[in-house]
Design a protein around this ligand. Structure first.
Ligand SMILES: [Ca+2]
Length: 188
């Protein structure tokens, strides 16, 4: 991401500490490293100007169903990486609002079942350095065009289960009241 004391080093050592987005250990991860490099190149990440970066926040900034990334640059404006995604894949987002639980629903867990897919995610506070991810939970569904079930475990202990939920929407779920709002996403 960048060197911790880059200003000092640049002034006194005459070296640049701006870096590419990720550095992986030279040993280990032998198969993962080239695969990650190819994925980064395909996504256009190698074209991003070098910078000394710190935190990163993940979320769907433009409500198109694809998770975007905001990178925090030291002494410079942040970089917003908009994810244009892959056509044809379904997805769904859930915004949770607690009533008995905390309003932000921190700690709530959602489990979705779609065909053979079973996924879960949890609403979390805090993430990368000085960053907060989107509190909405995002699930990529691939070619699955129907959610068989959606189960919400609220911090209060309440468990709610919804069935046959259509993908490609942003749902607002209120604790104890089910789906209270639906915002369609663009066609996959
Ligand atoms: Ca997006």
């Amino acid at each position: 991401m960048g060197h911790r004391v880059f200003r000092f080093r640049q002034r006194w050592l005459g070296r640049s500490f701006r870096r590419q987005r990720a550095r992986l250990p030279a040993d280990g991860l032998a198969g993962f490293r080239p695969a990650l490099s190819r994925a980064a190149a395909a996504a256009g990440l190698n074209a991003i100007p070098l910078a000394s970066r710190r935190g990163a926040a993940f979320g769907d900034v433009n409500d198109d169903g694809n998770i975007d990334v905001l990178l925090l640059n030291v002494g410079e404006p942040p970089s917003l990486l908009l994810n244009h995604g892959v056509a044809g894949n379904h997805r769904v987002l859930f915004r949770l609002i607690g009533t008995k639980s905390n309003r932000a629903a921190i700690g709530a867990r959602v489990t979705v079942r779609a065909g053979k897919l079973v996924q879960f995610s949890e609403v979390r506070g805090g993430a990368s350095y000085l960053s907060q991810n989107d509190l909405r939970l995002h699930f990529g569904l691939g070619k699955e065009s129907n959610l068989n079930s959606v189960e919400v475990q609220w911090p209060s202990g309440l468990v709610e289960k919804l069935q046959n939920v259509a993908p490609d929407n942003i749902y607002t779920l209120v604790e104890g009241r089910g789906i209270r709002d639906t915002k369609p996403l663009p066609a996959p």
